[in-house]
Write a protein that binds this ligand. Structure first.
Ligand code: 5GP
Ligand code: SF4
Ligand code: MG
Length: 465
């Protein structure tokens, strides 16, 4: 998901809508905005679909007055996938004795089922099926006197990954979990401030990037300025390495590194680790593009757009059902026949999950007359599900959970298939020595199976770590 918030600007809702539009790649299912204005109180609008289709409408935006606002774009993970109800769409709102508060959450709470059970037993009335709603109920049970303190109480009970943007009548609040699994950045815009999942959303509103919210940090922002708090015990950070590979936009900066440059470097590493003689390097657009550029630069094999993407489709993977996903690849990508016929082609993609995309693309490329097809994948084999906010299917559906690289090659029926090594990926994100196996610098659980936070709800349901 994507989260965004702003304080101290006229028409905050317009800023939030623009910010969410720039974060649309993080969630396309639904979006919501909450604002507060002294004369109008809290207002919210939550809608299915794209930001541009909902939050450009004047009659919607007129209902969201105020100089403070937050928003969320939703991408459903475990829970209500495929049948999201409007009541699951964030931000969530609660009234407390000291006033209202709204929260927007990116990530996944790994003990949400246990918390929900406990809260319901004690009288909480849940409105949604979302894990994030626990935070509001935990806040309601806190005895603290102000909302930031209640949020601290609540979040100390929450396990897993959370980047939260919240607001009261006067305060914009940002928090990252102790490991900093999901991103959150701070920006300055005119006389106000902004919080965002990614820097690309600061760019769109003309905000200046100030710094990242640090793992384990809470910032409380008023028009007077920013105060920093440390509600959790300090831990060694474990940012999601997959943000660099796929999830973030390439024009964002994460952890002080250009996402584009990291992806290009992954391509360079791949060309070194898994060279192959061929005529063309083609990206699977758009997620494979920077890595394909790096692969071409390092190998000297010409880069070409062998597959053309229809810009008007969403990301296939995010479509909730298997059937839609299956169609999605063809609706979205088409082979540039004139270029491909008779060629030995290297296809570069970011990841292989179920193998659906790669299979379809290989068929399309062969239909177009390619002589050989070689896959180069910009992440290590995805063998484990993510429980921290990236949607991956159950373990059995992951090709790499039960197949070796060679078995996957045979399954996809391609001439060669190679994934970047975990060390190669770490080098590409700037760790010259590769992965520190004693104390990994990032979360890489979907590749390594080493979960930095025990997925306790899943373990309770029988998942074997
Ligand atoms: P597959 O078709 O193998 O199941 O999925 C791989 C494709 O899904 C890749 O092209 C990748 O770009 C895309 N994708 C979209 N969203 C995600 C995501 O959240 N995780 C992963 N691993 N891949 C995703
Ligand atoms: Fe990111 Fe993978 Fe860790 Fe999930 S499991 S947070 S996708 S690195
Ligand atoms: Mg892709």
């Amino acid at each position: 998901c994507g989260v965004f918030g702003v304080v101290g600007v006229t028409d905050a809702a317009n800023f939030v809508a623009l910010g969410l539009h720039a974060l649309q790649h993080r969630g396309q299912e639904a979006g919501g905005i909450v604002t507060y204005a002294p004369d109008h109180g809290f207002n919210s609008a939550r809608r299915f679909g794209y930001v541009r289709d909902n939050f450009t409408n004047q009659s919607v935006m007129d209902t969201l007055p105020g100089e403070i606002g937050i928003g969320h774009v939703r991408y459903s993970t475990a829970g209500s996938k495929g049948n999201t109800q409007l009541r699951d769409v964030q931000p969530f709102f609660g009234e407390f004795s000291m006033g209202g508060a709204a929260i927007a959450h990116n990530g996944n709470i790994t003990n949400a089922a246990a918390l929900r059970r406990e809260l319901i037993e004690r009288g909480s009335i849940f409105q949604s099926s979302s894990d994030s709603e626990c935070i509001i109920h935990l806040m309601a049970r806190s005895l603290q006197r102000d909302i930031p303190e209640r949020m601290k109480d609540a979040l100390r009970r929450v396990e897993g990954a959370f980047s939260v943007v919240a607001m009261t009548r006067t305060k914009l609040i940002g928090v990252r979990d102790p490991l900093g699994v999901r991103p959150l950045v701070l920006g300055k815009v005119a006389d106000g401030w902004a919080l965002s999942s990614e820097t690309c959303a600061l760019d769109i509103i003309g905000a200046e990037f100030v710094r990242e919210i640090e793992p384990g940090e809470m910032v409380v922002i008023t028009e007077a300025g920013v105060t920093s708090h440390r509600p959790f015990n300090a831990r060694k950070p474990r940012f999601c390495i997959f943000e660099h590979v796929y999830f973030s936009r390439p024009d964002s900066v994460q952890g002080g590194r250009s996402v584009y440059e990291t992806r290009r470097q992954i391509g360079v590493e791949l060309a070194r680790e898994a060279p192959v003689d061929a005529d063309l390097v083609c990206p699977v657009p758009d997620s494979g593009t920077p890595a394909a550029i790096g692969f071409s630069q390092e190998s000297g094999i010409p880069y070409a757009m062998g597959i053309i993407r229809n810009q008007y489709m969403g990301r296939t993977f995010i479509e909730p059902t298997e059937q839609i996903r299956n169609m999605g690849v063809r609706l979205k990508l088409n082979v540039n026949r004139a270029l491909i016929a008779g060629k030995r082609v290297i296809l570069v993609d970011d990841s292989v999950v179920r193998g659906t995309t790669s299979r379809k693309i290989k068929e399309m490329i062969l239909d177009a007359g390619a002589k050989e097809v070689h896959f180069r994948i910009a992440s290590p084999p995805t063998a484990w599900p993510c429980f921290y906010g990236v949607d991956t299917p159950e373990r059995e559906k992951l090709l790499a959970s039960h197949m070796s690289e060679e078995e996957m090659r045979q399954h996809l029926a391609v001439d060669s298939l190679r994934f970047i090594s975990l060390d190669g990926l770490y080098r590409a994100v700037g760790e010259a020595e590769g992965r520190n196996n004693a104390e990994p610098q990032y979360c890489d659980a979907c590749f390594s199976g080493e979960y930095p936070v025990a997925p306790s709800d899943m373990i309770e349901r029988g998942f074997q770590v």
